[in-house]
Design a protein around this ligand. Structure first.
Ligand code: PLP
Length: 518
């Protein structure tokens, strides 16, 4: 494909992308004539095909549509683009649908897409400063912009130093990881190395392994499974601590008790994930209490704010950051709720030395004068892979295009939409029971079985959830809280309007009535 052909096909592709988003935006919106769709430039309502949010294909569907051998000869682009429509599109679950209320949102935006396009244009592998100085420097500036925008303390900025308790200076800073899971595993590995360095009796591998073999990491029963996975990767024990049975948040006293018990059993507590906005119910852990418990025992506290972190851009949610000044690291996913295409997980540390101590290896082919000067940051030493993408570009585009005010409006819109849905539930106590109070834009609820019906609440809730998802108009997810099956409802899509929420309320009423009538 030469530049001329790329130009023609690229224009067509951009047109298709714009059309895709127009079609999704119109999903579920009724026209005045009762049809669903948008109005063309001629003023004629164009029928918009209903796009099920959940892909309706069966496992293995693609193997019957795509040859099992790679083509020996070139194929025309027309054949490839038609396959996107015929073969790939049916196998897509539409996370960008305005009727996607499942898991957590995965925001896309046009500036975010343009950032991905420019990143693909350069396609440099920016693992150290010299391999593309703009990669490193824009990333540092963006991490500082974001840290200030969400109210993280100065100690997390790459430009500022703060002091350790022993008076030694520490230099903070941010990096963009690919996912919250990566941020968590990096934090665990840094904490592991910090504890090994503090306790090993000599410089031998055996001495390091003697400490490593006793390390134990904590989360709660509500912590995302990424922490347990991170502990598995780091080869350390993991313990899930019990949470408050009503709020589902982890208390500092629980952490203290666990640390003391494990120390008494000869283990070495070294790391804990505290969550702002748990996956199941949006619970917020007692960060001040956890920091107090952990700091007494030199345990690294990492805050996982994967979803809720975006809301911190609004001053009215900053109270959720209480205690964060005392943590060692913090991350959130811009690709969830901050208008930025996957993947984009900014992570900050208070002391970058612990990352580089754990992750820096410099074979001869990676050494260069700039790195040796000590004046620059080589992000390869802050992450798992060597190569890295130009992720900061899309942040730069998104933040400049929307402005922080636009991003705040985006967050507030979804929280307001969740309130609309909450009010719908509250107005029908015979049908719906709120199980956990709304947290930002996440609410969990169950379906109330009519008295003397054949249904248990758990079975009915699951049946309604399954029927809703099979119906395809909206998508939600199920979870279990203290043995209670619940439906999670999380508005957050870039395209979701209040009308889609009203539509979702109708879907719930309709499908629940249908399930009960069977
Ligand atoms: N932490 C929390 C609280 C999450 O909700 C999620 C995913 O939804 C993750 C971590 C994992 O995110 P990622 O897919 O970016 O690894």
């Amino acid at each position: 494909m030469d530049p001329k052909e790329f130009r023609r096909i690229g224009h067509e592709t951009v047109e298709r992308i714009a059309q895709f988003y127009e079609q999704l935006a119109a999903q579920g919106l009724e026209q005045s004539d009762g049809t669903s769709g948008s109005t063309s430039s001629l003023g004629v309502p164009a029928p918009i095909p209903r796009i099920p949010v959940l892909s309706q294909v069966q496992p293995g569907y693609l193997a019957t549509l795509i040859p099992s051998e790679a083509p020996e000869t070139p194929e025309p682009w027309s054949a490839i683009s038609s396959d996107i429509e015929q073969k790939i599109m049916p196998g897509i679950t539409h996370w960008q649908s305005p009727n996607f209320f499942a898991f957590f949102p995965s925001n896309s935006s046009f500036p975010g897409i343009l950032g991905e396009m420019y990143s693909a244009m350069f396609n440099s592998i920016g693992f150290n400063w010299q391999t593309s100085p703009a990669y490193t420097e824009l990333e540092q500036i963006m991490c500082n912009w974001l840290a200030k925008a969400i109210g993280l303390g100065d100690a997390f900025l790459s430009s500022s130093t703060s002091s350790l308790t022993d008076g030694r200076p520490q230099l903070g800073g941010g990096i963009i990881q690919g996912s919250a899971s990566e941020a968590i595993v990096v934090a665990i590995i840094a904490a592991r190395q910090k504890m090994i360095d503090a306790l090993k009796t000599d410089e031998t591998d055996d001495a390091a392994m003697a400490v490593a073999g006793k390390l134990i990491a904590y989360g709660s029963t509500q912590t995302h499974s990424a922490t347990k996975k991170g502990a598995m990767i780091a080869g350390v024990r993991f313990r899930a601590l019990e949470v408050d049975p009503v709020t589902f948040s982890l208390h500092g006293e629980t952490v203290t008790a666990a640390i003391q018990e494990d120390l008494a059993n000869g283990l070495i507590p070294f790391y804990i994930t505290a969550t702002i906005g748990t996956t199941s119910s949006g619970a917020v852990d007692d960060i001040p209490g956890i920091v107090q418990a952990a700091s007494e025992y030199n345990v690294w506290v990492n805050v996982d704010a994967a979803w809720a972190g975006s809301a911190l851009v609004c001053a009215e949610y900053r109270h959720l950051l209480a205690g964060v000044d005392g943590v060692d690291s913090f991350s959130f996913n811009m690709h969830k709720w901050m208008l930025t295409n996957f993947d984009c997980s900014p992570m900050w540390v208070k002391n970058r030395k612990y990352l580089t101590n754990a992750l820096s290896i410099s074979p001869a082919f990676l050494r260069n004068a700039a790195s040796s000067s000590g004046l620059i940051t080589d992000y390869r030493d802050w992450q798992l892979p060597l190569g890295r993408r130009f992720r900061s570009l899309k942040i730069w585009f998104v933040v400049r295009t929307y402005g922080l005010e636009g991003i705040r409006a985006h967050i507030r819109k979804h929280i307001q939409q969740c309130i609309i849905f909450e009010n719908h539930l509250l107005a029908r106590p015979n049908l719906y029971k709120i199980v956990t109070q709304r947290s930002l834009a996440l609410i969990t609820f169950s379906i109330v079985p009519p008295s003397e019906s054949k249904w248990s609440a758990n079975d009915l809730t699951n049946a309604v959830c399954d029927a809703i998802n099979a119906d395809g108009e909206i998508l939600v997810t199920h979870t279990v809280l203290n043995g209670v099956d619940v439906i999670r409802f999380v508005p957050g899509g870039t395209l979701t309007t209040d009308a889609h929420i009203v539509g979702a309320c109708r879907v719930f009423d309709r499908v629940t009535a249908h399930v009960l009538s069977q």
